[in-house]
Design a protein around this ligand. Sequence first.
Ligand SMILES: *Cc1c(COP(=O)(O)O)cnc(C)c1O
Length: 364
Amino acid sequence: MEYNFPVTRTTHPKPRPADESKLGFAQYFTDHMFCMDWDEGQGWHDGRIVPHAPIEIEPASCVLHYAQMMFEGMKAYKTPSGAIQIFRPEMNIARMARTCERMCIPELPGDLFLAAVKAVIWEDRDWIPSSPGTALYIRPFIFGDEVSFSVLPAKHYRFMIILTPTGSYYAANDGGLATTRIFVQDEYIRAARGGTGFAKVGGNYGGGMRASLDAMKYQCKDVLWLDAAEHKYVEEIGTSNAFFRINDEVITAPLDSGTILPGITRNSVIQLLKKWGVKVSERKLAIDDIIAASKDGSLQEIFASGTAAVISPIGCLNFKGTDYKVADEQVGPVAQKLYDTLYGIQTGKVEDDMGWTYKLFDLK
Ligand SMILES: *Cc1c(COP(=O)(O)O)cnc(C)c1O
């Protein structure tokens, strides 16, 4: 199906960030955004592109009280040959469908979603940065917007896409990788079986902030979550999936508990490692085994994977007040190779023999 969205262009284009090395994450937003509405009977309608600006919302709108919402995260890149491409969008579409189903949010057809992403990126295509480590981050989200205090699914929804040029999340000064310290959270939990851990929803994050603040008290950038039932097995690192390399085996938590966010970067890491002949396992891994591996020298690497940072290596775990080093606290070879390959494919600098990139435009 062909979609045509009316465009209201801004009369006040913003200055572009002067220094691409200082973009940070979500500090600047582009000139435009995509909006669309859903009503019973009409379904999704009135897709449009308008200037990026604050929106009006009724204070009694249900999302502000009961958090019926979902979001996605993607990135667009400009390739050396002048194309604009995104990464595995069919995975975002499939995940969005699962999240919407869990949250009783009406499903957004994949082709409509992709047409909206394409249309808004076209408007703001000259906002895509090109320095090493940078990308245009895409944040699509849907929320229930109905004046109602009954705890029932809303009868009106809004879908929006906003865009922000970003550097990498935990970047070293040169845009490359740097290791971070992580706090092992053994009190609070992120997600329990039967909950919304597998869905990309704000509520998972709101409940996690107390733990993130605690982590910062220990000079840690983020939290390593343990399972809710026993506080024993590792699950995720903050807003990303977690990988542990011990005795040349790379281990990540399995998805079957429904408490892990099925990351697209996670899936890509597993596929690349298999292709490279690296032993990779999706299995439960106890924090005690990781601590023991740190002590006996068999803990080779820990890294996190996610769209925002791509790959972020961990140099040290803080667990029950003690620091446990990951090898020599330097960026490990597997993390570095994964970062170079993934970011290379995403930016069109490494040949995409996985068929992962999705070209939106050829500017030439
Ligand atoms: C988005 C997200 C991830 C990473 O998923 P990607 O698709 O790789 O970006 C991991 N964990 C949580 C909690 C997330 O919200």
